[in-house]
Design a protein. Structure first.
Length: 367
C-alpha cells in the first residue's frame, strides 16, 4: 500500500482568495472575497520549508485566487521568511503583470506560469468580473515578461476536445514564447459543475494530434506528452515500477488562514457534512511536519488511500496514474474511495492511449 510521505516536494500557498477574473470553469469558492494571508502564516510555513530546502530541491507555489491581487508589498512580506534555497513559483492570469511586477519576479527569482487558453477566440470563459474579455490584458502581461526576458510557462484549459484544436493550440503557444506548456482538460470540480465527459475517441485523438504537433517542432516542453513518453520508455526498459514514487506527495496547501489541506489543493475552502472542511490542521496551531505525520489517520485521507488501493487492484493504467486525485473523486463521486473518474479518463487513460496511438501510427517501417 502506498502511504503518504512526511516530507513534501513542494507546498502551495494561497496569498489571497481574491481573483480579478471570473472564469466560467474556475473551481474556487471564495474568489470574489479578498481574504489575505497574514504574515505569521508564512512565517510558520517557512520554518520547516527552509529546513527541507537545505537538504533537497524544494518549491513554494503561490496560487490563489489571483496571487498578484495581494499586491507587491504584501506578497513581499509573505516571501520574506523563506530562505534563498527555496524556489518560488507563481500561477497567474497575467492581467496585472507590468514592468514593476517583472522587476519583482526578477528580484525574488520567481518562476511565472501564465493561464491562457490559446488565441483570443479560445478565451471566452476567461472574463473579468464585469463580464468583459480579458485576453488583451493577458497578452499585455506576457509582452512584459518577454520584454524583461523572463522565462515563463503556460497553462491552458481545454473544455471541448475537437479535431484541429491541438495543432492550433501548439502553434499558438510556440508563438507565445513560453518554454513549458501544460494542458488541462476541464474538470468538474469545486463550484464548477459543468460535465466533463467526452467521447473517448475525441479525447484520444486530441492527445495524438498534440503529440504529432510537438514531434514536428519540439521547441517547447509539453508536460503531458513528456510524462507519457517517459512512462512508455520505462515500460519498454522494464522499469515501470520505478516511475511512481513509493509514497504519495502530500501536496500541503496552506489556505489564507493557515489551514492545511492535503493531497488536492482544490478541496481547500469546501465543507462536507461527512468529511468536514478537509483540513488536517492549522500551521498557526500545529507545526506543519506534525500535521503531515498525522495525515494517514485523518478519516477522509484514509478513505482516499483505500480508493488508491482499489485503483491499483483493478486498473491497468495505475502505473501511469498512481491512483488519481482526491478532489476529482470527491466532486465526481461524492466520496473519496471511488475509482475511475472522467478526469482520469480524459487526462490519464486517453492521454496515454493518444500518445501511443501516435507512436504506433508513425512507427518507422521495416527496411
Amino acid at each position: 500500500m502506498r502511504g503518504i510521505a512526511t516530507v513534501p516536494s513542494y507546498v502551495v500557498m494561497q496569498p489571497t482568495t481574491l481573483c480579478n477574473l471570473d472564469c466560467a470553469y474556475c473551481y474556487l469558492p471564495l474568489r470574489a472575497a479578498d481574504h489575505r494571508m497574514p504574515v505569521p502564516v508564512a512565517e510558520a510555513v517557512a520554518g520547516p520549508v527552509n529546513a527541507w530546502a537545505a537538504d533537497r530541491r524544494f518549491s513554494v507555489v503561490w496560487h490563489g485566487g489571483e496571487p498578484l491581487a495581494a499586491g507587491r508589498q504584501h506578497l513581499a512580506a509573505l516571501l520574506a521568511p523563506f530562505g534563498p534555497e527555496v524556489e518560488h513559483h507563481i500561477q497567474t492570469n497575467a492581467t496585472l503583470i507590468d514592468d514593476a511586477w517583472c522587476e519583482f519576479f526578477a528580484a525574488y527569482r520567481i518562476r511565472v506560469s501564465v493561464s491562457v487558453d490559446g488565441p483570443a477566440a479560445r478565451n471566452g470563459d476567461r472574463l473579468t468580473r464585469g463580464g468583459r474579455p480579458s485576453y488583451d490584458r493577458i497578452v499585455n502581461g506576457v509582452a512584459a515578461l518577454r520584454r524583461h526576458r523572463l522565462a515563463f510557462s503556460a497553462l491552458c484549459v481545454v473544455s471541448r476536445p475537437a479535431p484541429g484544436l491541438a495543432a492550433e493550440l501548439y502553434e499558438y503557444f510556440l508563438g507565445l514564447g513560453c518554454d513549458v506548456l501544460g494542458i488541462n482538460i476541464e474538470e468538474t470540480e469545486g463550484v464548477n459543475t459543468r460535465v466533463n465527459a467526452h467521447p473517448a475517441e475525441a479525447v484520444r485523438s486530441f492527445w495524438a494530434e498534440l503529440t504529432a504537433a510537438w514531434r514536428a517542432d519540439p521547441s517547447i516542453h509539453v508536460r503531458e506528452v513528456e510524462w507519457s513518453l517517459r512512462y512508455a520508455s520505462a515500460v519498454l526498459a522494464g522499469t515501470a515500477d520505478q516511475v511512481l514514487p513509493r509514497q504519495l506527495d502530500p501536496i500541503p496547501t496552506i489556505a489564507h488562514d493557515g489551514s492545511v489541506v492535503l493531497l488536492s489543493p482544490e478541496l481547500a475552502g469546501f465543507t462536507d457534512p461527512v468529511y468536514g472542511d478537509f483540513s488536517s490542521g492549522n500551521v498557526l496551531e500545529t507545526p506543519l511536519p506534525q500535521i503531515l505525520a498525522a495525515a494517514p489517520a485523518s478519516g477522509w485521507v484514509a478513505e482516499f488511500l483505500a480508493g488508491v488501493e482499489a485503483c491499483r487492484a483493478r486498473c491497468p493504467y495505475f502505473g501511469f496514474c498512481g491512483g488519481g486525485h482526491a478532489a476529482n473523486r470527491y466532486f465526481e463521486h461524492g466520496r473519496l474511495d471511488g475509482t475511475e473518474t472522467n478526469h482520469c479518463r480524459n487526462s490519464k487513460i486517453r492521454l496515454l492511449e493518444g500518445v501511443l496511438d501516435h507512436a504506433r501510427d508513425h512507427e518507422p517501417s521495416a527496411a
